[in-house]
Each structure stands twice: as structure tokens, then as C-alpha cells.
Write a protein of this length. Structure first.
Length: 69
């Protein structure tokens, strides 16, 4: 079946990624990650003289949870 092929390919890809990036290497690289979470409220306050630009998605329902209320 197609689903079985997708699962096999995904598992093979995951094993290759694990081999390419050992867990100890990932731990070290995350320890030095310069990423700083953004503060949305501060960004909105800083843009008081500019129009706010928002990209949004409005959904009636979620495929996994159904109708959103």
C-alpha cells in the first residue's frame, strides 16, 4: 500500500538523520542556540507609528478536533 511505503520511507529518512546528527551533537548545538523568543506585545507597542501587519488564518474547523468554538 501507499501508506506502508510512506511509513517505510519516513522511518528510513529518520534513521539517516539520526546517523547524520548524533544526539550529543544536537545537545551541544542547542546549548549555544542564540534564538530568543519574540515578545508579541512589545513588537505591537514598538510599531505605534506604523500600521500593524498581521498574517492570520481563520478556520471553521480543525481536521483533528472538529468545529472550533
Amino acid at each position: 500500500m501507499i501508506l506502508d511505503e510512506i511509513i517505510k520511507k519516513t522511518k528510513d529518512d529518520l534513521e539517516k538523520r539520526k546517523a547524520d546528527f548524533p544526539e550529543e551533537w544536537l545537545g551541544r548545538s542547542l546549548a549555544y542556540n542564540p534564538y530568543v523568543p519574540r515578545d508579541v506585545l512589545s513588537a505591537l507597542r514598538a510599531s505605534q507609528n506604523e500600521p500593524i501587519k498581521i498574517i492570520a488564518e481563520i478556520k471553521k474547523a480543525s481536521p483533528s478536533k472538529g468545529v472550533i468554538r
